[in-house]
Design a protein. Sequence first.
Length: 255
Amino acid sequence: MSRLAGKVALVTGASSGIGNAIAATFGREGASVVVADVRRDPKLDTERSVFDKLDEVGADYTFVEMDVTDPEQIQSAIDTTVSEFGGLDILVNNAGIYYQYTVDETPLDEWDEIMDVNLRGLFLCCKLALPHLRESDNGKIINLSSILGLVGAGNSGAYCASKGAVSNLTRQMALDYAAEEINVNALAPGIIETAQNAEWRENDPELLADWQASTPWPRFGQPEDIADAALFLASDESNFVTGHILSVDGGWTAR
Ligand code: NAD
């Protein structure tokens, strides 16, 4: 299948976890892929390199070292995308971080860091990519929100605030860019087994049991579950879908 043949996709945070799976899936479906991350290697030893996966399917790809908090690095990554692949059709704003604190316990620098990466970084990537998405026949923006961008959860003040803002910014941008036929949607993953939660999965059986009890489906998600949904939002099959936050959460938010 080549559901993304001829498309060019830039995926932030694509070396690990969900971004890694999205980049590999897009490459398998015929897209040229820009892997944009602060690091090349996956965060977990158990994860397979995205470059090995892209090689395996014969995809065109490039790596750009890019921190989403730095506008100059983002501009340079977009310039590389356009010069290497001739344009940009799909932007996936996936880079994100998570800390666990109640509001009164949140260190100010960690609040700022979460907002910088999860929200300001996503805004900057959209702002700088939009001139090129406008040139595409089917420009697509896919933002990584979270179930914690739809509902509150204990101990996650800054993260909930950042992802709530991502959800509503997604709806807002969908309105501004609909006339230009640029789709803006978000994914709201539930618990997905990645580096973001590896430490708790390993060391906090109580929290793990709590997460499983909140997930009606009898397992946690895998990065590929999110990549399959991202593929739908990146493909022509979703051309009339915009401003939507798609939960991929094993039923977490169905309660
Ligand atoms: P992960 O930690 O496995 O991977 C995140 C990747 O982003 C890493 O490769 C990291 O190097 C990169 N990154 C971090 N900061 C960056 C920056 N400033 N600039 C560029 N790259 C940066 O995380 P994941 O679980 O794959 O999460 C991906 C996205 O999905 C995040 O936005 C996260 O909040 C969201 N999400 C994850 C889950 C989950 O359960 N794993 C649930 C809901 C939402």
